[in-house]
Write a protein that binds this ligand. Structure first.
Ligand SMILES: Nc1ncnc2c1ncn2[C@@H]1O[C@H](COP(=O)(O)OP(=O)(O)OP(=O)(O)O)[C@@H](O)[C@H]1O
Ligand SMILES: [Mg+2]
Length: 224
């Protein structure tokens, strides 16, 4: 039986991954600060919402929803109507993280997902959780198992530090890894994207130029 696919919502990306993310799956979108992880994640949710798919945006940052909305409203893909009409829900677990163990965090997430029954889920960013849970690897394993139970595609964002290619713990548990790259070239910073892993998929092994504009994030045609 062919694997069903979910469109990423990022122009130029789906042809690189055989038509879209395999479903269900957990996809890690990683890169350094400012590489476009949150933009990617929101664009993915908004794309689903425009096709009538329910979305759930889970942040770990204890930030007020208005802050995220303010930044994201600059993008043409962002439409607050989908949050207002309940197609996409926003949940912040930042405050709960500090005084909860992994079982309770998973319980909260499971409850929220059961209530919303989203087809697309985002957890942005995951690495913050490492500060709070005792066994991060076990937590990630349990989280991914729980997420796969729901017939959804989940985008988990993770920050990479220094020369790291990807956050190893999360990469291990994910079905796919999209690496966002920022490279100094002379006086300017250029953006690229690489698909490092996509289970069940013949994916591109090249590094592709990427741009972030008012329209959002997009993969450009040229190949290196
Ligand atoms: N309208 C826009 N046009 C072009 N580039 C933009 C626009 N809005 C944001 N950007 C770029 O996108 C970057 C922010 O991307 P985003 O917040 O998605 O990154 P991130 O990887 O989630 O960062 P962090 O690790 O800090 O959470 C900005 O730093 C800026 O360079
Ligand atoms: Mg971010």
């Amino acid at each position: 039986m062919p694997i069903s696919r979910v469109l990423s919502g990022v122009p130029g990306l789906d042809p690189l991954i055989d038509g879209g993310f395999p479903a269900p799956s957990v996809i890690l979108v990683c890169g350094p600060a400012g590489s476009g992880k949150s933009t990617f994640a929101l664009q993915f949710l908004m794309n689903g919402a425009r096709h009538g798919e329910k979305g759930l945006y889970i942040t770990t940052l204890s930030e007020r929803a208005e802050w995220m909305f303010r930044f994201m409203s600059a993008f043409e893909f962002f439409d607050p109507k989908y949050f207002e009409n309940g197609t996409v829900s926003y949940v912040d677990i930042g405050d709960e993280l500090a005084d909860m163990d992994e079982t309770k965090i998973l319980r909260i997430l499971r409850k929220k997902i059961a209530e919303e029954t989203p087809q697309r889920i985002v957890i942005d960013p995951i690495n913050v959780v490492n500060t709070y849970v005792k066994n991060y690897r076990q937590f990630l394993f349990d989280l991914v198992t729980m997420l796969k139970y729901w017939n959804a595609v989940t985008v988990i964002t993770g920050e990479v530090k220094g020369n790291e290619e990807y956050p190893e713990d999360v990469a291990y548990a994910s079905d796919g890894i999209i690496r966002l790259i920022m490279r100094n070239e002379g006086d300017i910073i250029k953006r690229y994207v690489r698909v490092l892993k996509m289970r069940g998929t013949m994916h591109s092994m090249s590094t592709h130029p990427l741009e972030i504009t008012q329209q959002g994030i997009a993969v450009l045609k040229a190949r290196f």
